[in-house]
Each structure stands twice: as structure tokens, then as C-alpha cells.
Design a protein around this ligand. Structure first.
Ligand code: UDP
Length: 239
């Protein structure tokens, strides 16, 4: 395989990706497919940290819209990210890969509690680190959690796997002629209000100088291609 561009990456996978073709929940075949992407990156020499969302199971905003108290609803969303993280850890372990779930909310009988030092230690030992429970706080998202963890774990890039192959000026599913960017700045994303990630996540990545790579995770081999600079993606940088 060609030389990798990024030695330590934070890969953000939304919960929806793990649904596969299901309407809800965790499709273990899809988890296995994403696990294979992670393994390919590790074999290429990259250190891999993962942040997995929870939208395939529960979103706090959906609960709040139905009258639930937002804090409890977000806590349910946070628990959903832990379920996804455990599924990924289980599949990676079954494939012979040492992976550790580190949760932002302490649940010591289930997994380790997140700390940046622990995360870096596992990464340096060649283990895959799965950061669960987002930031551990309601009113946040796992996008913001991924930018935070990328900064704390000193990652060289934040890889945002989506269902499209980069950043577009408009939703390419609605307008097939929408302009696609090879490169774009964080400030342009914010000023054009392009919702590839939350504005808070974009600002955090910008302020910490972490490039964000937006690519389609639906194509097999996409992640290892991206870390060698191949394939289709948009790079988001400061300038
Ligand atoms: N969440 C939260 N704080 C965090 C991360 C997540 O409260 O730091 C909750 C929130 O309710 C969110 C849900 O967990 O709707 C699932 O996370 P997210 O929506 O980011 O998942 P994704 O869209 O990536 O699947």
C-alpha cells in the first residue's frame, strides 16, 4: 500500500451508517464492513481512534420534540453511542484486533472511562480506541465529540465518513448539479452554513488546526484510500 498521509486519525462514523439497509438499530454485517476499513488503516500503519454516533438508535432532539426533557433525552442518545461502540469493539475483537471502548461517562463494569492519556496510551500500543458517549454532555453531538477527541488525542486528521463523496454547495441528492469542492476552508463552511458537521465541531477543528476530510464511507476501501491521499474526498483546512 502507498505511504499514509496521516499517522493518527480520528474516524467519525454516524450511527445511521451502522443501520446498513435496516430502518433502525445495528446491522452487524455493516459494523463488520466498517471494522474491515479500520483494520485496513491499522495494517497500513495508521493509529485509529473512532467516534461513533447514536442516531441509528436514539436522538435527543427527537425525544425532546415529543415532550421529553432534553437532558434525559440526550442521555439516552449518549447511551445509544455506547451500544454502537460496544458492537464495534466486539466485531473488531472477533477479527483479532485489540480495541478498547473509552466512555466519556463512567461505567466501569462495561468499559474503561475516557481520558486523553489513556486514549493516547492505547493508540501508541497499536490498539483501536473507540470513544463512546460523545462529549458525555447533553446539548452536544458526536460531531463535536469527534473534533474534541481529535484535538485531545493529537490526531493528524478528522475523517468524516458520510453518504456523499465530499462537501457540496447544496445537497447533491436534491440538486445533482450542485458544486462540489475539492478543498474548502472552515470559515467558508461556516459562512455558507454548509451543514457537513455542526458549526461547533467545525470551529473546534479550525481552532486546533485539525484538517477535516469528508468522504463517502459507503464505498468499500474508502478509508484506507483517503489516508493515502487517493479516492474522492474534500479537504477542509484553515486556508
Ligand atoms: N449526544 C449528546 N452529547 C454528545 C453526543 C451525543 O447529548 O456529546 C446525544 C444527542 O442526543 C444525540 C445522540 O446522542 O442526538 C446521538 O448522537 P448524534 O446525533 O451525534 O449521532 P449521529 O447523528 O452521528 O448518529
Amino acid at each position: 500500500m502507498s505511504k499514509i498521509t496521516y499517522k493518527r486519525i480520528l474516524l467519525k462514523v454516524s450511527g445511521e451508517v451502522l443501520m446498513g439497509n435496516q430502518a433502525f438499530g445495528i446491522d452487524l454485517d455493516t459494523v463488520a464492513r466498517i471494522a474491515d476499513e479500520v483494520i485496513a488503516c491499522a495494517k497500513a500503519g495508521a493509529q485509529v481512534a473512532l467516534v461513533i454516533g447514536g442516531g441509528n438508535i436514539f436522538r435527543g432532539l427527537a425525544g425532546a420534540a415529543k415532550g421529553m426533557d432534553r437532558v434525559s433525552a440526550d442521555h439516552m442518545g449518549i447511551m445509544a453511542t455506547v451500544m454502537n461502540a460496544l458492537a464495534m469493539q466486539g466485531v473488531l475483537n472477533s477479527k483479532g484486533i485489540d480495541a478498547r471502548v473509552l466512555s466519556a461517562i463512567a461505567m466501569p463494569t462495561v468499559c474503561e472511562t475516557y481520558s486523553p492519556a489513556k486514549g493516547i496510551h492505547h493508540l501508541e500500543k497499536g490498539r483501536v480506541v473507540i470513544c463512546a458517549a460523545g462529549t458525555g454532555l447533553p446539548f452536544f453531538t458526536t460531531d463535536t465529540g469527534s473534533a474534541l477527541r481529535a484535538a485531545e488525542l493529537q490526531c493528524n486528521a478528522l475523517l468524516k465518513g458520510t453518504s456523499v463523496d465530499g462537501v457540496y454547495a447544496e445537497d447533491p441528492k436534491k440538486n445533482p448539479k450542485a458544486q462540489r469542492f475539492e478543498k474548502i476552508t472552515f470559515n467558508e463552511i461556516l459562512s455558507r452554513d454548509l451543514r457537513i458537521m455542526d458549526p461547533a465541531a467545525i470551529a473546534l477543528a479550525r481552532d486546533n488546526g485539525i484538517p477535516v476530510i469528508v468522504f463517502s464511507i459507503r464505498e468499500a476501501g474508502a478509508v484506507s484510500k483517503v489516508i493515502t491521499g487517493a479516492g474522492r474526498f474534500t479537504t477542509v483546512t484553515k486556508d
